[in-house]
Design a protein around this ligand. Structure first.
Ligand SMILES: Cc1cc2nc3c(=O)[nH]c(=O)nc-3n(C[C@H](O)[C@H](O)[C@H](O)COP(=O)(O)OP(=O)(O)OC[C@H]3O[C@@H](n4cnc5c(N)ncnc54)[C@H](O)[C@@H]3O)c2cc1C
Length: 390
């Protein structure tokens, strides 16, 4: 651990109070607008997505959609510390999952790092305002853990790219307007070479988005088909290639750094779940499970301390690198642990669908999405521990 300052400044305390006050008032108003908290559907259903979009636009109007971005792009120029504070207050107040997360937390950091000024000026404000809704088009039927096996092609043609192939597991793809995807732009290339990171409006002729249901009944996934779709170079101001053509792998690795690392799953989310678990325990004490409860709570707090350490290092100029794999292992396993304990506390009642059982079903996908935990362990073994590949 680096030297870690665990005190908040008066300005940070004021920021926290302002965020908490805004969230309390606006969550109540959003719930009321949609017939009460219980009437809000999952953001992975079409109706629920529309409800959550209202929330996203409310966040944006208040300047809270992307707090750490510069004001010119729709943020409020908050520090990383303030972003963590906001996230804590967000989940403490019971804020809903962010249906804009794949844009704001995955694509945006990569646009800041690799985008041209024109791309940043066009993409970021529309993303913050939830006008353009971005989904991640990486996985294919034959390319999941082995992402370098990508077969979707983008062939260079006059004035743009011709797209062919299929993406799958595209979260909320059926409800989004744009896709950021990896395509093979050099037909002679193999594996990590010759890929490009393309930005694709989903209303491009020749692109078909087909939503499909998950085991839990929600329809939050899509398959995306490209049948000779023509993606014009000027389909987006500033162009449709993020970073250099042919360098898509290194651009994509920056996105995975955000997905596994700091931005996608902040500790506030798990601290709030751990606090709700305590409430559940108090309502139905089960001494047999007390040690597990305390252990789970301590792990949530430990994840927060680990994140504070990460932010300290990042603010000091360090890069996240392969440490993001450790981060991903931590939050995904913690989420399963917290929800499994809740189901054990609920006993037979856990069979009835409710927030804890829904949360548990989603937690089970944490060790799969953002790169499976087996793959994260491989990365940690090779790149952090220096173990041999075989
Ligand atoms: C909730 C959810 C949301 C998702 N959202 C998106 C999205 O928006 N966009 C997108 O592009 N994708 C998305 N995905 C897909 C996700 O990225 C893939 O499921 C994941 O990368 C695994 O790929 P796969 O499903 O093809 O499994 P496979 O790669 O076939 O893996 C099957 C099993 O084999 C193991 N395995 C594979 N290779 C190795 C190895 N070398 N060493 C050890 N074990 C190995 C894996 O860990 C896994 O247990 C999502 C997935 C989920 C569950």
């Amino acid at each position: 651990m680096t030297g870690l300052d665990l005190t908040w400044s008066p300005d940070e305390d004021a920021f926290r109070a302002e965020a908490a006050e805004w969230l309390e008032a606006n969550l109540a108003a959003w719930h009321a607008e949609h017939g009460g908290e219980d009437a809000i559907a999952s953001g992975d259903t079409r109706d629920g997505f529309a409800q959550h979009l209202d929330w996203e636009r409310r966040l944006h109007a208040g300047g809270w959609a992307a707090v750490s971005w510069p004001a010119e792009y729709g943020g409020r120029g908050a520090s990383l510390w303030e972003w963590l504070i906001f996230e804590e207050e967000y989940y403490r107040a019971g804020g809903p999952p962010r249906v804009t997360q794949n844009g704001i937390f995955l694509l945006a950091p990569t646009v800041f790092e690799f985008g041209t000024r024109d791309q940043q000026a066009h993409i970021l404000p529309r993303m913050a305002a939830a006008e353009d809704l971005w989904c991640q088009g990486w996985s294919e039927p034959g390319a999941g853990s082995d992402l370098a096996a990508i077969r979707c092609r983008a062939s260079r043609v006059d004035g743009g790219w011709r797209l062919d192939g299929q993406k799958t597991w595209t979260t909320r793809g059926a409800f989004c307007t744009h896709l950021f995807g990896l395509f093979r732009t050099d037909p002679e290339s193999e594996r990590h070479r010759g890929l490009s990171y393309l930005l694709v409006p989903l209303d491009t002729p020749g692109v078909t988005v087909r939503g499909f249901g998950r085991l839990d009944g929600d329809e939050g996934f899509a398959e995306v088909f490209f049948d000779g779709a023509f993606l014009a170079d000027d389909a987006l101001p500033g162009g449709v290639v993020l970073g250099e053509a042919g360098q898509g792998w290194s651009v994509a690795m920056a996105t995975t750094g955000s997905e596994r690392g700091l931005t996608l799953r902040s500790p506030g989310r798990f601290l709030a779940t751990a606090a709700r678990l305590f409430d559940l325990y108090r309502a139905r004490p089960e001494p047999r499970l007390r040690d597990r409860l305390v252990d789970a709570y301590m792990r949530a707090e430990a994840y927060q301390l680990y994140t504070l350490d990460t932010v300290t290092r990042l603010v000091g100029g360090a890069a996240m690198g392969a440490d993001s794999s450790i981060n991903k292992l931590w939050w995904s396993e913690l989420d399963v642990e917290l929800h499994e304990l809740a189901l054990d506390l609920l006993g037979a009642e856990a069979e009835v669908e409710g927030p804890w059982s829904k949360g548990w079903q989603f937690a089970l996908s944490g060790p799969i999405y953002a790169g499976t935990n087996e793959i994260q362990r491989n990365i940690a073994a090779e790149r952090l521990l220096g173990l041999p590949r075989r």
